[in-house]
Write a new protein. Structure first.
Ligand code: SF4
Length: 335
């Protein structure tokens, strides 16, 4: 087990600088994060938009040495994207408490959606809770909230402690179902943290070949499976997601092998099931990604431009349906 000082060193190796937005510095979450980065250079500044949305930033260079920005959020809930599975929930919402991710997946939509790869952490967590309560006050409906949409929150939990705050909130808010999606190779909560019926940890699983080629810095398949199994055996609801399916060279054999690993790791009844979705991207995001990574094997695939929900233009595999059927077939009985 790592000592506190070793943990601080590990985070300091990732974040050498912390930019602190005016108004963020005295919030409890900011103090907690700064205490875990005792040696990082601290740079106070006015408004995160001046830094994050600066023109001419080199996204890929920043990915190799991201800075951490502590900021105060003023937009808390938004409707879920039509490109995501809403799992049949009428009210599907997103809350972004962080923007950007430590991992570097070649297909990540964030690179086409944000001008910067620096990691933003919004430290005013209680304001999110107030927004959820206000939502329930106005709508009077249950809601499904995807918390880890613009980041992998679980991967940064050791630094931020955000998920623990949300778990405490969820314990008193049964109308809310929270989904925390992750590729993390560690489940940081032990048996002392009681599992909650309204929280789902959703692991994105990929074949080992896809991880090695296209998911830089992300944990390997074995670690993800082991983290998901720990969550499940501690009593948490766990969902498995093979999404996005990447139809790169040899994909059918790769996903058949992944299906075998899923079947071996998760006996029926130990998860909430498995969702499958082929890689797709919004038109503007796809085109930006292509410009950024002109030699990407993934983006050179056979895509067609289609019209998504709400008239939005999207790129999808020409054989999307067939690709998903092949993967679902390999995982038969699991979805
Ligand atoms: S884990 Fe998700 S959010 Fe992080 S880089 Fe990969 S695709 Fe993007």
């Amino acid at each position: 087990m790592k000592t506190n000082s070793e943990k601080s060193t590990a985070w300091a190796n990732i974040f050498s600088h912390v930019y602190i937005e005016a108004g963020a510095e005295n919030l409890p979450a900011a103090k907690r994060i700064l205490a875990r980065l005792p040696n990082a250079a601290r740079v106070p500044f006015g408004n995160r938009r001046d830094i994050f949305f600066r023109r001419g930033q080199d996204y890929l260079a920043q990915k190799n040495s991201p800075k951490l920005i502590l900021a105060v959020q003023d937009e808390f809930l938004r409707d879920g994207s039509g490109m995501c599975d809403d799992f049949g929930h009428e009210r599907f919402l997103i809350a972004s408490q962080m923007m950007n991710c430590l991992y570097d997946c070649e297909y990540c939509y964030l690179q086409g959606a944000h001008p910067s790869a620096n990691v933003v952490a919004f430290v005013n967590t209680p304001d999110y809770f107030a927004a959820v309560r206000e939502y329930f006050g106005n709508m009077g409906q249950d809601a499904y909230l995807c918390l880890s949409y613009d980041a992998d929150l679980l991967a940064l939990e050791g630094l931020t402690g955000f998920i623990r705050e949300w778990l405490e909130f969820c314990a008193g808010e049964p109308r809310l179902t929270l989904e925390i999606r992750t590729k993390c190779g560690v489940f940081p909560f032990g048996t002392e943290t009681a599992p909650l019926e309204n929280v789902i940890f959703a692991w994105t699983l990929s074949p080992e070949n896809v991880i090695r080629k296209f998911e830089r810095r992300a944990p390997g398949l074995e670690d993800r499976i082991s983290a998901a199994k720990k969550a499940s055996s501690n009593g948490w609801r766990v969902r498995l997601c093979i999404d996005p399916v990447i139809a790169a060279r040899g994909w059918e054999a790769d996903y058949a092998e992944l299906a075998r690993a899923v079947a071996a790791g998760f006996p029926h009844g130990t998860t909430e099931g498995l969702s499958v979705g082929a890689f797709r991207a919004r038109e503007d995001v796809f085109e930006k990604m292509k410009k950024m990574r002109p030699y990407s094997e993934i983006l050179a695939g056979d895509f067609v431009k289609t019209e998504g929900r709400g008239g939005q233009k999207e790129y999808r595999y020409r054989d999307e349906e067939e690709i998903e059927l092949v993967v679902k077939g390999a995982c038969e009985g699991y979805d």
